[in-house]
Design a binder for this molecule. Structure first.
Ligand code: ATP
Length: 443
């Protein structure tokens, strides 16, 4: 049974603490579009930064790219998206709701009691019809068919059409990869589950170009590396698993595909796909553009169109995963403590700084310390209410360390550092604090 209570609590915490808000809320909200508030933007940025460091900075064989969202419309014809980027849509003539025919088992009929669509005697579902998920718009002042362009539904095509530019500019050799983080848009039929499935989202995609024949080995290597990345993000390994695409699910061009799935309160769902796309994309763009997209391997004196192993993760979905995985409630001294136990490297705020009381020079010391710290790590100053209350507010924001300036600080220059998870305390010299925190929050 789906744990909707946990999702409700998380959505409400996200709004209350400034992680995620509904888009255009004062106008009643825009369906499945969300805005990231002060804490959310830091969290998502930290997830993306970790990905970029692991995929680009830490490797010699991957280059970064930032391609435009708008692309020549022929890209989407060649890629197969105009003809085939569709989901099967069914309407219910009784309640007027719409569902994805392939996800009926995950959907709820709006009629009570709660059942799957089609299970009430009054349900009247239409035959499935195919619905293209690409958002269309017009380029230039005239709204005519010749001016139609699309908001990209994936970032990958920007990588394929630039692969020779990157290769030449960077002097890489196959095997090598191109990584990109960017917005994608899909007019999803049944978006939902908060930021799990939205109409505007960000992808973190890497396309790895290899010699045909070397693809199977690279595919296995990338599967291993990507699962290890999610583990290193601090996600509970027991809630991660592989899902292999069977013959009915496999895209027609793919040789093999695996999803990394996470056990959300609403069930096991994909957070990242690893695909062996063969030479399908480059062959299609070569044929449609008339430009040669093959690679000359000087050492072997041969030409070939590279195969591509793709790793494609949603930045918003992974951010949601970190929130769900981190959320916990504990009973402490008869009260419920809500904690977001993030991996310290992705916590939006690394340290809360408090004066124990608002007198005896403590606020002055704490303010100086806070300003000094803030230049080096994201920090938050709080002097309102009892220290216990301030701890709880930082626990809810996922802040790993709370620093209290107290009477002893004024005598020996040390501060109390309280740890979020174990709630134990240390004393640390204030002048070494920034380095102490960095050491524990950088990955
Ligand atoms: P699904 O089956 O959930 O629709 P998909 O197989 O179409 O996903 P891909 O095209 O493989 O997804 O996209 C790669 C990644 O992009 C997904 O693993 C997911 O993390 C993210 N993603 C795809 N669609 C959405 C969306 N509508 N909202 C948020 N993230 C998305």
């Amino acid at each position: 049974m789906a744990d909707t209570t946990l999702m409700d609590k998380l959505v409400s915490l996200c709004k209350r603490r400034g992680f995620v808000f509904q888009s255009s809320e004062i106008y009643g909200g825009l369906g499945s579009v969300w805005d990231y508030g002060p804490l959310g933007v830091e969290l998502k940025k930290n997830v993306k930064d970790r990905w970029w460091r692991a995929m680009v900075h830490a490797r010699d064989d991957i280059e970064g790219l930032d391609a435009a969202i708008l692309m020549h419309p022929k890209v989407w014809e060649a890629s197969g998206h105009v003809a085939g980027f569709t989901d099967p849509l069914v309407d219910c003539k009784t309640c007027k709701a719409r569902f994805r025919a392939d996800k009926i088992q995950d959907a709820q009929c709006p009629q009570k009691p709660s059942k799957h669509p089609g299970e009430h005697t009054t349900c009247e579902l239409t035959e499935p019809r195919l619905f293209n998920l690409m958002f269309k718009t017009f380029m230039g002042p005239v709204e005519e068919s010749a001016a139609v362009i699309y908001l990209r539904p994936e970032t990958a095509q920007g990588i394929y059409v630039n692969y020779l530019n990157v290769l030449q500019g960077s002097r890489q050799k196959v095997p090598f990869g191109i990584a990109q983080i960017g917005k994608a848009f899909r007019n999803e039929i049944t978006p939902g589950n908060f930021i799990f499935r939205t109409r505007e989202f960000e992808q973190m995609e890497m396309q790895f170009f290899v010699k045909p024949g070397a693809d199977a080995e690279w595919f296995e290597q990338w599967r291993e590396l990507r699962m290890a990345w999610h583990h290193a993000l601090g996600l509970n390994p027991a809630k991660l698993r592989w899902h292999e695409h069977g013959p009915g699910e496999l895209a027609h061009y793919a040789k093999a595909a695996y999803d990394i799935e996470y056990e959300f309160p609403f069930g096991w769902n994909e957070i990242e796909g690893i695909h062996n796309r063969t030479d399908f994309d480059l062959q299609r763009h070569q044929a449609a553009s008339g430009k040669k997209l093959d690679y000359f391997d000087q050492a072997a004196n041969e030409r070939f169109v590279p195969y591509i192993v793709e790793t494609s993760a949603g930045a918003d979905r992974v951010t949601l995963t970190t929130l769900v995985d981190a959320y916990r409630e504990e009973q402490v001294e008869g009260e419920t403590r809500v904690v977001l136990g993030f991996h310290p490297s992705i916590a939006p705020i690394k340290a809360g700084v408090f004066p124990l009381v608002k007198k005896d020079g403590m606020p002055e010391f704490a303010t100086r310390l806070y300003h000094d710290l803030k230049r080096q790590v994201p920090a938050f100053y709080d002097d309102s209410g009892a220290v216990g209350r301030r701890y709880r507010r930082m626990d809810e924001a996922g802040t790993p360390f709370c620093i209290t300036v107290d009477g002893q600080t004024l005598q020996d220059g040390t501060v109390t550092v309280r740890h979020r998870d174990a709630m134990n305390q240390d004393r640390v010299a204030a002048d070494t604090l920034a380095a102490w925190i960095k050491e524990r929050t950088e990955d």
